[in-house]
Design a protein around this ligand. Structure first.
Ligand code: FAD
Length: 408
């Protein structure tokens, strides 16, 4: 097990500086354009693929870094550049993690390369769990997967919503109900290979922020996939369902909550994205406050402005520490006895919303215009308290974990 450290090692610092260079030179200058266009920034993804940032190798290297700091460091730098573009770059990684975590070696080897494509022909992937009537309440999911034993195929029907890269992805990972009696324990994940008949894109959403990231509904009508597309395979699924049925019969509450550990482990990554956006806005505000003069002196000479900057920086650093702690715990298999993963996501995402609003205030009228990046950062920051579990759901998880009570 790696010791918890608050310092990046030499190799990590090199990677961080390389990512920061890409974020500053390629992502940040393109941010306003793709925000206005509200389209996937394919040329930027291509650039990222050329230099090796958009690749499974890079993502896996950070993911398996034993210090746990690889992913948060990478997310912070890329999202410092721009949240919408960065999500277009890392969105595939989020879907790939689903395969890495639950897939067989063969599935990992077959599908993950197709999720990324190659530098000359980049592809993206989507992870589709949310539905119109199943957002926070994942257990009420209705998309159904039925096994056709004669053909060794799964038949999937339903409508997914809010899918990042939904409909434009080469490979979709879809979560569906295989046993409706078991709530979220009766779910399984499926690979939908490229060009599978029956999968189509529904509405593409016009959003408040992260507009360079494509978000859409995904409609599944009699989608047939081979048995080999069930992540983890049929044998493992049957064993898991049998265990869940036994626990359900015994009336164990644990059945409902067992899935939580997975979310705890993935939430710090979203916290790190929020830290990147918050830090970016803080830096713009600090720079502005030291150069903008009113009443014959820089506005930072006023305590009212300087104290805001002190609070902003304190919050950003505190958020990063919570994120790094939770990420280290996840990688080293430490139990989340106080829902530390949720804590990190809650605090970092609320910090991003607050700090970006403070940055607009410090920039005054300029902060409110699209000539300066902080209004975009503020719009972007609003997503962090919503996706991967809203702030209310994080509080619910933390409160339940601390109290052991089924708080509603
Ligand atoms: C831009 C974007 C990208 C996304 N990308 C993906 C993706 O790639 N894949 C995917 O599967 N999903 C994705 N999502 C979906 C996202 O995870 C959901 O939006 C989120 O889980 C919330 O669900 P909901 O929108 O249905 O809100 P609801 O669950 O309807 O919540 C509405 C409000 O009620 C509150 N609330 C609900 N239940 C409780 C409760 N028990 N206690 C207190 N308050 C409660 C919520 O906190 C929220 O404030 C994305 C969403 C967006 C906006």
């Amino acid at each position: 097990m790696a010791e918890f450290t608050m310092e990046l090692n030499e190799e990590q610092k090199e990677v961080r500086d390389w990512l920061h260079g890409f974020a500053a030179d390629v992502i940040r200058p393109a941010a306003a354009e793709w925000d206005e266009r509200e389209e996937t920034p394919w040329p930027v993804i291509q650039e990222a693929a050329k230099v090796g940032i958009y690749s499974l190798d890079f993502y896996a290297q950070q993911y398996f870094d034993p210090t746990g700091l690889g992913i948060p460091m990478a997310m912070e730098e890329l999202f410092w550049g721009d949240a919408g573009i960065a999500l277009s770059i890392v969105g595939t990684g989020l879907a790939a993690v689903g395969v890495l975590a639950n897939g067989t070696e063969e599935q990992i080897g077959t599908w993950i390369p197709q999720m990324y494509g190659d530098a000359g022909d980049v592809k993206v992937a989507a992870f589709c769990s949310s539905e119109p009537d199943a957002g926070s309440d994942v257990a009420s999911m209705r998309t159904r997967a039925v096994y056709d034993e004669a053909k060794d195929e799964w038949v999937i029907n339903g409508t997914k919503t809010w899918a990042t890269n939904g409909g434009i992805a080469n490979v979709h990972v879809v979560v569906a109900v295989v046993d409706p009696e078991l709530g979220s324990k009766g779910h399984a994940s499926f690979i939908i290979p490229p060009n599978t008949p029956g999968l189509s894109q529904g509405q593409k959403f016009k959003k408040h922020g992260i507009r360079a990231s494509h978000t859409a509904e995904v409609v599944l009508e009699d989608v047939r996939v081979p048995g080999s597309c069930l992540l983890g395979g049929k044998e493992r699924l049957d064993e898991r369902l049998a265990r869940a049925r036994e626990k359900a019969k015994a009336g164990s509450e644990r059945v409902k909550n067992a899935a939580m550990a997975t979310f705890e482990a993935s939430r710090p990554a979203v916290g790190a994205m929020a830290v990147g956006t918050a830090r970016a806005a803080y830096e713009v505000a600090l720079d502005y406050a030291t150069t903008r003069e009113q009443f014959g002196r820089p506005i930072i000479d006023n305590q009212g402005v300087a104290f805001q900057l002190a609070d902003m920086r304190t919050a950003v650093d505190a958020a990063r520490l919570l994120v790094w702690r939770a990420s280290w715990m996840a990688v080293n298999g430490k139990p989340f006895t106080a829902a530390e993963g949720s804590m990190s996501k809650l605090f970092a995402s609320e910090t991003a919303k607050k700090v970006t609003a403070q940055a607009i205030q410090i920039l005054g009228g300029n902060g409110y215009t699209r000539e300066y990046p902080v209004e975009r950062m503020h719009r972007d920051a609003a997503i962090y308290t919503i996706f991967e579990g809203t702030s209310e759901i994080q509080r619910l998880v933390i409160a339940r974990t601390l109290s052991g009570m089924p708080i509603r």
